[in-house]
Design a protein around this ligand. Structure first.
Ligand SMILES: [Zn+2]
Length: 329
């Protein structure tokens, strides 16, 4: 698919995982015969996931494989119908962990502590973490969106094998979009967890912080999970107060981004700080401070004199900073 076909004019255009272009056809999910017929079509393809990474053809711009190739890697433990695009129906297969081997890798940049995941005996296939998939632009953006949809859904199935109401085992239904409990009759639906991520601004400055786990020198917009009974605006004000001691007034929504680690929706906002005082909590954040527009521009352009960096261009924090630095907030 032409990547441009997924552009909608939304403020989230171009962000990683935000450009899924499938027609999800939720009307077909309850029709098992229709789903089975789609699965058997010669143009059907599948996102093959094992250990939360995608298995794709080395050098391909696709995250998906022809359905038969994905099936040849092992019988899926979880399966769902994701939707249709111009090329055909798309499914996700959650494969057993042993579809991949963890092998030594002398490359210091290797995925996991100098080891990497490989498909045993298949040098034509690569196992790619979804962060790398988006950051390195390995596949076209629409396929990155498919990967995010599939990973979040398979991860939900894996973590919801038992009924949260009565504890009995649950069974997948509705083409992978529901789990049913035969013991108590409860129906369970895939979760998406909302996270607010916000750039607090005051005059010509904006607030960034860093967590201890960030790469050296990286600062980002503050963020936190929404809590039950909160509006987006209330969550933004609460998080800025808790993490940095900053009181905020007006909050404006800007854009959103699916973030499949494991199944979040990032809700990007701008917030007007009421004063400059900061009290960094020292738990969530190890540092936070105000940055001027010139300093943010230098960070975005990779020429900050102190070597400070923002998150990469696939991330919504980068988008908020770019918009603000250009005077658009
Ligand atoms: Zn139950």
């Amino acid at each position: 698919m032409d990547a441009k076909a997924t552009r909608t004019g939304d403020p989230s255009d171009g962000l990683g995982y935000a450009q899924g272009a499938l027609d999800r056809r939720s009307d077909l999910r309850a029709d098992a015969a229709a789903i089975a017929a789609l699965r058997e079509r010669p143009d059907a393809r599948a996102l093959a996931l094992s250990r939360e990474v995608a298995i794709l053809r080395a050098g391909s711009d696709r995250a998906t494989l022809p359905r038969g190739e994905a099936e040849a890697l092992g019988a899926p433990v979880e399966e769902a119908f994701l939707g249709l695009d111009a090329e055909g129906p798309v499914f996700v297969f959650g494969l057993p962990d042993d579809a991949l081997d963890l092998v030594e890798d002398p490359d210091p940049g290797a995925l996991i502590d100098r080891r990497k995941l490989v498909v045993p005996g298949r040098s034509d296939l690569a196992a790619v973490d979804l962060r790398a998939l988006a950051q390195r632009g390995l596949t076209n953006p629409a396929e990155v969106g498919i990967a995010a949809q599939g990973k979040a859904l398979v991860g939900w199935h894996r973590r919801h094998r038992f009924c949260a109401n009565c504890g009995a085992p649950t069974k997948a239904a509705d083409a992978g979009w529901r789990r049913d409990c035969a013991a108590c009759g409860a129906q369970h639906f895939p979760r998406t967890d909302p996270v607010v991520i916000m750039l607090a601004t005051r005059g010509g400055r904006c607030l960034l912080g860093r967590q201890a786990r960030f790469p050296v020198g990286m600062y980002s917009a503050l963020a936190g999970f929404m809590e039950p009974g909160e509006t987006v605006e209330q969550a933004v004000r609460r998080e800025l107060g808790e993490e940095a001691g900053v009181a905020c007034g007006a909050v404006r929504y800007h854009s959103s981004q699916p973030w499949p680690f494991p199944a979040n929706l990032m809700i990007g906002c701008f917030a007007e700080a009421l004063d400059d005082r900061l009290t960094v909590d020292g738990k969530e954040l190890e540092d936070a401070r105000w940055f001027g527009r010139d300093e943010i521009a230098a960070m975005l352009e990779g020429r900050h004199p102190g070597g400070l960096t923002p998150p990469g261009p696939i991330a919504i924090a980068h988008r908020l900073l770019s918009v603000w630095a250009a005077g658009g907030a």
